[in-house]
Every structure is written in structure tokens, then in C-alpha cells.
Design a binder for this molecule. Structure first.
Ligand code: NAD
Length: 424
């Protein structure tokens, strides 16, 4: 009898649709595809156990397939309780034999039980999106930690968390910050989050964005993308920032910039993408218009003070539409619509980033895993940048897949650029 693949998914019967979506995403991931072909031949990850705590999406499935093609034994768990695509999780187990522990809407105990299952897989390399897996290994599993070659981190909040652990002397193994690669944040954070956040808001609410006032909190890579996409849809965008340089940049990019207290009475739609906590609080909700829509696309569901919102509401109607909860404020009776329980709206209410942008992020992940395997025992417990060579390789392959060739410097130009006699 065929041995059952371990895992915990919603329903294996969903696998057919999951497989269709994984193969559809594969078309738009040519760089990862080229790496997969090479990995299949050279097996750079042969015999290595890899656990990945990522959003369980069709794109992640293709990354897991690539790592498996490279010879790794891969297990997956969700990096957010609401972002799992149940059909993809089913297909990973059934069609690709990859143990997957993820159910959309799982409660916190199940979420952490799934992380423990990924740790029980005994990884030597880990991949994380938000550092929950590394944090659990680092704090509770010293034996596993002592065997880790390296971990890859996918998102800004995870990198911030890991740098804090490094600074406090708590990081026990090396980490490669995939988020800080230009082949990641310039495209995934900016264009991926920009487009998919709008997609999530529209799928949840079906509103017309043209003519709305759209407030973006945080003008980092995600916020820049979101502000530009909301403008493209005809919204009048207000940016809320705490950093003077980024606030200045937003101003010169043509946006109105002001504190949240000033933006609160003006906005129709509010979206946080700051990586910070309690960016929208009670005093802001009280100032908002009746019917204001509030959501988050930052990593954790702490950017909107939901307990605060509850405490000033006389009632909450859950699910007035899918992914929309209505809070009615005491006294004023104003209604505030919170999307996706304050979790990443692009992954909860839509499908996350399009495959073609995850192609670069996950190609960077796959090549970083290969780099870690090659450097087993040579890396220190600190946060490393992705090697420049990997970034150039990913960008070159992406251009090739898009049939774009670029200018090459002549020998004279190379010599000129490195000479001290510029201008002669
Ligand atoms: N939704 C997704 O799929 C997705 C994708 C990538 C990153 N992320 C997450 O989005 C968040 C932002 O990522 P990023 O790469 O843009 O980070 P970033 O560090 O480039 O930008 C964050 C910005 O928020 C500003 N900020 C901090 N506190 C603020 C406050 N109280 N009010 C207004 N602005 C404030 C910072 O000054 C900074 O400019 C992170 O949590 C990251 O993990 C989500």
C-alpha cells in the first residue's frame, strides 16, 4: 500500500483545482523554472531537509517543487492563519508528496501546532516569511538550532525581527535576508503588494476606487507601490509617514502628506503598510466618516488597533460581505468596515502577489538555499545579505525570459568608468 504523505490540510479532495492553479502560476515563473531544470540535473540540495514557513499559495508550491527537484526533503507550514490556499495545500500533499501543514482560517493553537510540525521535520535549512519559524526554533529547540545551516527570510518585518535578535545576541544560526535583495523588494514589495492589495480590497468590497480618498500609512517599498496603484485607479491618495525623508519623497511624488489624525476625517479607504503597531487607533476611528473602509497589508495584524475599535463599538456584524466586518461606533453610530480581520488583505481576500513577481523573489530564495548548502559550516549566526552574484543572475534570467536584451559597455567605457581621469 502507498504510504500516506503526512500533513494537515483542509480537504485532499480540493487538490484538482489546486494543481490547476499551481500549473497556471508555473507559466509565469520562468526564472524559477530554469533553476528547477538545473537543480533536477545537479541536485545541489541532495538529502537536505528543508522546512518552509511561507504563505501557502500557488507560487510557494512552485518554489517547494524546485527545492524538491534539487534533492531536498521539503515540508511546509503557513506563515499566516488566513493566507493559505486550501486547494494548493491539498495538491502539495496529494500530487507532489510534500508534507504541508496549513488550513485557511486556522486558530492560533493550530497555527503554532503546524509550525511545530515543520520543526519536527528536522530541517537543516529553513525559509520564513515573518520569522515565526526561526523564532520558535531559536527559542524552544536548541538541538534543531544547532544543526541549521542557514535560514532565508522573505519579508521586511521578519528581517527587522531577526536583526533585533542578532543585536540582542539571541540569534543562534545564520540568516540570509532575501527581502533586502533588490530582485525582491524593488519588484515584490512595490509592484506585487501595490497590485495585490488593491485586488484584495476590490474583491472584498467591490467598490469603485475612482474618486475616493485613499490613505496609505507607510511609504516604504510596499507603500510606494500601493500609493502609485491607487492613484492609477483614480483615487486621491494621502500618505501618512513618520520618516521625514520618506514623507518628503511622497510629497515630491505628488501626494498629500499629513498625520493620521488629519487624514482620518478625509479618507474613504485606509490601508496600513508600515510594519508597525497601532498605526490606526481609537482616536482615529472616532474621526472617520460613516462607512470608512479600513484594512492592512503589513505583515502582522497589529497595525490596526482592533481591540481598541471593539472597545468603542456598540456592536460588530461579522461577515456583512466575505472578509468584511462592520463595527458600529458607540454614540455617533458611524460604521467602520474592517477587511480580513486586519490581516494581510492581499493574501486573505485575494491571491497574494502575481506569479511573475514571485518568480524573482522565489528564484532568489532557491539560489540562496543553494548558496547556504554550499557554505555549510562557513556562515556565522548573523543576518547576511544575498550575494550580489545571485541578484545579478536572477535579474539576467528574468530579462532573458522577457526577451529583453540590454546595452553592454565597450572596453573603452569600462576603462573610462574605472579611471581617475574622468572627463578627458
Ligand atoms: N502584503 C504583502 O504581501 C507584503 C509584501 C511585502 C512586505 N509586506 C510587509 O509590509 C510591511 C511594510 O514593508 P516595506 O517593505 O514597505 O517596509 P519599509 O520599512 O520599506 O517601509 C515601512 C514604512 O512605514 C513607515 N512607518 C513606520 N511607522 C509608521 C507609522 N506609525 N505611521 C506611518 N508610517 C510609519 C516607516 O517610516 C517606513 O517608511 C512589513 O510588515 C512587511 O513585512 C507585506
Amino acid at each position: 500500500m502507498k504510504k500516506a504523505i503526512p500533513g494537515d490540510v483542509k480537504d485532499l479532495r480540493l487538490s484538482k483545482e489546486g494543481k490547476r492553479r499551481i500549473l497556471w502560476a508555473e507559466h509565469d515563473m520562468p526564472v524559477l523554472g530554469m533553476i528547477e531544470q538545473r537543480f533536477r540535473k545537479t541536485k545541489p540540495l541532495k538529502g537536505l531537509r528543508i522546512s518552509a514557513c511561507l504563505h501557502i499559495t500557488a507560487e510557494t508550491a512552485n518554489l517547494a517543487r524546485t527545492l524538491k527537484a534539487g534533492g531536498a526533503h521539503v515540508a511546509l507550514c503557513a506563515s499566516n492563519p488566513l493566507s493559505t490556499q486550501d486547494d494548493v495545500a491539498a495538491s502539495l500533499v496529494k500530487d507532489w508528496g510534500i508534507p504541508t501543514y496549513a488550513i485557511k482560517g486556522e486558530n492560533n493553537p493550530t497555527y503554532y501546532k503546524h509550525i511545530e510540525a515543520a520543526i519536527a521535520h528536522n530541517p537543516r535549512i529553513t525559509l520564513d516569511d515573518g520569522a515565526d519559524l526561526v523564532h520558535a526554533i531559536n527559542s524552544k529547540h536548541p538541538e534543531v538550532a544547532s544543526r541549521i545551516i542557514a535560514s532565508m527570510e522573505e519579508t521586511t518585518t521578519g528581517v527587522n525581527r531577526l536583526r533585533a535578535m542578532e543585536r540582542d545576541g539571541k540569534l543562534k544560526f545564520p540568516v540570509i535576508s532575501v527581502n533586502d535583495a533588490r530582485t525582491k523588494y524593488l519588484f515584490d514589495n512595490r509592484y506585487g503588494t501595490g497590485q495585490s492589495t488593491i485586488d484584495g480590497i476590490l474583491r472584498a468590497t467591490d467598490i469603485l476606487l475612482a474618486g475616493t480618498v485613499f490613505v496609505v500609512a507607510g511609504y516604504g517599498w510596499c507603500g510606494r507601490g500601493l500609493a502609485s496603484r491607487a492613484t492609477g485607479m483614480g483615487s486621491n491618495v494621502i500618505v501618512v509617514e513618520t520618516d521625514p525623508i520618506r514623507a518628503l519623497e511622497a510629497t515630491m511624488d505628488g501626494f498629500r502628506v499629513m498625520p493620521m489624525s488629519k487624514a482620518s476625517p478625509l479618507g474613504d479607504v485606509f490601508c496600513t503598510v508600515s510594519g508597525n503597531t497601532k498605526v490606526i487607533r481609537k482616536e482615529h476611528f472616532r474621526l472617520m466618516k460613516d462607512g470608512a473602509i479600513v484594512c492592512n497589508s503589513g505583515h502582522f495584524n497589529v497595525e490596526i488597533d482592533i481591540p481598541g475599535l471593539k472597545s468603542i463599538s456598540s456592536g460588530v456584524k461579522k461577515g456583512v460581505r466575505r472578509f468584511v466586518d462592520q463595527y458600529t461606533l458607540k454614540k455617533s453610530g458611524k460604521r467602520i468596515y474592517l477587511l480580513a480581520e486586519g490581516r494581510l488583505v492581499n493574501l486573505a481576500a485575494a491571491e497574494g502577489h502575481p506569479a511573475s513577481v514571485m518568480d524573482m523573489s522565489f528564484a532568489t530564495q532557491a539560489l540562496s538555499a543553494e548558496y547556504a548548502a554550499k557554505n555549510d559550516g562557513k556562515l556565522l549566526p548573523k543576518v547576511y545579505n544575498v550575494p550580489e552574484k545571485i541578484e545579478r543572475e536572477v535579474a539576467t534570467l528574468k530579462l532573458k525570459s522577457m526577451n529583453i536584451s540590454i546595452e553592454k559597455m565597450t572596453a573603452e567605457q569600462v576603462a573610462y568608468m574605472s579611471s581617475s581621469e574622468l572627463g578627458t
